[in-house]
Design a protein. Structure first.
Length: 308
């Protein structure tokens, strides 16, 4: 008999379970699939946003969006289009019901346990395909799956030591982005972010101009210290790199922003004799403000666009 056995909602970045349906099936196969559920939860940040894992008599399907993954276990003969329609319905209800800020700051497992009731009701509807009221949407999902089929995960890949750490976009054409990929899109730019970007460019330009003036002074007066020139140009590079970190996602992005801010502070400390207190305050404050905006602009999950 084809049916959905269980479903769960999991946070992508750390695999924290947020909600789950009660699983009444106690067979050895289902118990084994629970282990795969946990293994997948730990790797969600490295996986495409739509995947299927075939484990003999059962399939595990999941979709990820906006930092949350929706997973389900079903029998191997359960239609794939219904499985992903089911997950999409969970996704839309969860996004509508809960603020993403609460999802990101949750610390306890199953803190959205009240969502279990919706999972159970939806699971019962999808297990009774004759009375299913979403048949009109199946054609859209069928087209979506054909155009962008789910990535097929093998058990050997899942249990390997390296997992999907080296999975590239070329290995899964048509999926959404892999969350750990360097080209991960960031959240939309805010007004404070634009201000910090412009101010960082301004500080970089001021450092660059002062650096060229220092070179001219060095050529005219042999006693001038060349280290001031280095400090000005390092300050310019640090300001421009802050702009780059704000616009593009890279690995260890937050750490790099703090190190860059530290370099800005060191350069201005060294240039203490050439700048007054207001100039030093301006450069350090802009560096701190830009670092904050880099920290606040987080990677963006895939928006729900399945049209179901």
């Amino acid at each position: 008999m084809s049916m959905i056995l269980s479903a769960s909602v999991v946070r992508v970045r750390d695999g924290l379970p947020l909600s789950a349906s009660t699983d009444y099936e106690q067979s050895s196969g289902v118990q084994e699939c629970r282990k795969y559920f946990k293994m997948l939860s730990r790797k969600l940040s490295q996986l495409p946003d739509r995947c299927t894992l075939k484990t003999g008599q059962y399939n595990i399907n999941f979709i990820s969006s906006l930092g949350v993954s929706y997973m389900m276990l079903c029998t191997e003969n359960y239609p794939s289009v219904l499985a992903f329609c089911f997950l999409d319905e969970l996704q839309k209800e969860f996004i509508t019901t809960y603020n993403m800020m609460k999802t990101n700051t949750a610390v306890r497992p199953y803190c959205f346990i009240e969502f279990d009731n919706f999972i159970q009701r939806t699971k019962q509807r999808y297990n009774n395909t004759r009375s299913l009221s979403t048949k009109m949407n199946l054609a859209d999902m069928q087209t979506e799956i054909k155009l962008r089929p789910p990535y097929q995960i093998s058990v050997s890949e899942l249990s390997s030591a390296n997992g999907f750490a080296h999975l590239s976009t070329a290995e899964y054409k048509g999926t959404g982005k892999i969350s750990a990929a360097p080209h991960q899109r960031l959240e939309p730019v805010t007004l404070p972010g634009i201000v910090s970007f412009v101010l960082s460019l301004l500080c970089g330009a001021l450092n660059l101009i002062r650096g060229f003036h220092a070179i001219e002074s060095l050529l005219q007066n042999e006693g001038e210290d060349f280290s001031y020139v280095i400090a000005f140009f390092l300050g310019t590079a640090a300001c421009l790199y802050q702009c780059y970190l704000f616009v593009y996602y890279t690995g260890w992005r937050n750490v790099k922003s703090f190190l860059t801010f530290g370099l800005i502070c060191l350069c201005n400390m060294y240039l203490y004799e050439l700048r007054n207190l207001w100039q030093l305050f301006f450069h350090v404050t802009v560096g701190a403000f830009s670092t904050l905006q880099i920290r606040l602009r987080q990677p963006q999950g895939k928006s729900p666009d399945y049209n179901v």
